[in-house]
Design a protein around this ligand. Structure first.
Ligand SMILES: CC[C@@H](C(=O)O)C(=O)SCCNC(=O)CCNC(=O)[C@H](O)C(C)(C)COP(=O)(O)OP(=O)(O)OC[C@H]1O[C@@H](n2cnc3c(N)ncnc32)[C@H](O)[C@@H]1OP(=O)(O)O
Length: 305
């Protein structure tokens, strides 16, 4: 199986455990050339549908903000934005100081899925499958980033936009926001991996209801079924992004290698069979045991003899 070029770079740079995890998880990608997936060919095809952008801000705090930016189209994903997203995920895969990521939409709304103009142009089966594999690869890599990720949902997250929220570890919703898997109304089912991830988040029965009913999930229902962690109330406490950063900072406080190790052991526990997960946990443990943060903590407790 041909390993994606980025993953080759990563494996060289990653600790043995993480490299082996990525290898075990099909090289970090779901699809490669053995599945008929030719990344460069698909990128060129998607680039033919321009509009909007995916912006990435990495901060010294170790928190990055990724913004879906196509306000005139309710932040719908054009083809070039799908390519942009893959490039931003590659950047984040190489960000060694990264601890957390917030994914948001521009102008107070999240994302209304694929750009319907691109969808119409890609409506033949072959192109649809290529777009599907491209986005499944990209969103799987997004979820597997060694940092804790949050989808900040304001306004609406529809179709592929709803699927994008499931490719983050957590979802925080603003009052009045909606997550809706509208695919049934399009005569479709999720194609960006949203169904597989939704089942793992809310369970198969709730997933069946959300997909079968194209249910408009408001913050109250999202909290009830475990799709969202919190509703960002309180106008007086900063912008929704500031409140999301404050929420995330509780879980990313500490040295980047330790926070990255936390995500890695949880990820392998979630994705691997128990014995493999235990072996990966051991290996990741070995990357922090006796490390700078561990030794500093021991030194600070030296009075507790
Ligand atoms: C795998 C899933 C993936 C796929 O199958 O490829 C998909 O996601 S399919 C797309 C699923 N998404 C939708 O069906 C949502 C479509 N949009 C809407 O339902 C509405 O636009 C809205 C998001 C509910 C907002 O409604 P409203 O507030 O009334 O605003 P407008 O409808 O006037 O939208 C403003 C402006 O934005 C354009 N727009 C919105 N969504 C899309 C989109 N997905 N693709 C392209 N353009 C979109 C809309 O056309 C308006 O533009 P103008 O008409 O030029 O003003």
């Amino acid at each position: 199986m041909v390993m994606c070029a980025v993953r080759q770079h990563l494996l060289r740079g990653s600790c043995g455990a993480w490299a082996r995890f990525l290898q075990r998880q099909s090289r970090g990608c779901v699809y490669s050339s053995v599945h008929g997936f030719q990344q460069e060919e698909i990128r060129e095809k998607l680039q033919a549908f321009p509009g909007g952008s995916i912006e990435l801000l990495t901060q010294e705090s170790g928190l990055a903000v990724l913004t879906i930016n196509y306000p005139s189209r309710m932040n719908a994903f054009s083809g070039s934005m799908m390519v942009d997203l893959e490039e931003r995920v590659s950047q984040l895969e190489g960000w060694t100081d990264g601890k957390g990521l917030i994914v948001q939409g521009a102008s107070g709304t999240f994302c209304s899925g694929s750009d319907l103009n691109a969808v119409r142009a890609l409506s033949n089966l072959q192109d649809g499958m290529k777009m599907c594999m491209f986005m499944q690869n990209t969103l799987t890599r997004l979820l597997r980033l060694p940092m804790i990720s949050v989808a900040l949902v304001e306004g609406r997250a529809l179709g592929g936009g709803a699927e994008l929220t499931t490719a983050c570890d957590f979802r925080l919703m603003a009052p009045g926001s909606v997550i809706q898997f509208v695919h049934k109304h399009m005569g479709l089912v999720p194609g960006w991996g949203g169904a597989a991830r939704l089942v793992r988040i809310v369970g198969s029965q709730n997933a069946l209801k959300l997909l079968g009913g194209a249910v408009k999930v408001d913050p109250e229902l999202a909290l009830q079924i475990g799709l969202a962690e919190e509703v960002l109330q309180g106008e007086g406490t900063g912008t929704p992004l500031q409140r999301a950063e404050n929420w995330l900072s509780v879980y990313t406080k500490g040295p980047a290698p330790v926070i990255q190790a936390v995500k890695k052991v949880v990820l392998s526990g979630r994705e691997l069979p128990l014995s493999e997960a235990l072996r990966t946990e051991k290996d990741v443990f070995g990357t922090v045991w006796g490390g700078p943060a561990n030794m500093q903590a021991l030194a600070s407790k030296s009075k507790h003899r």
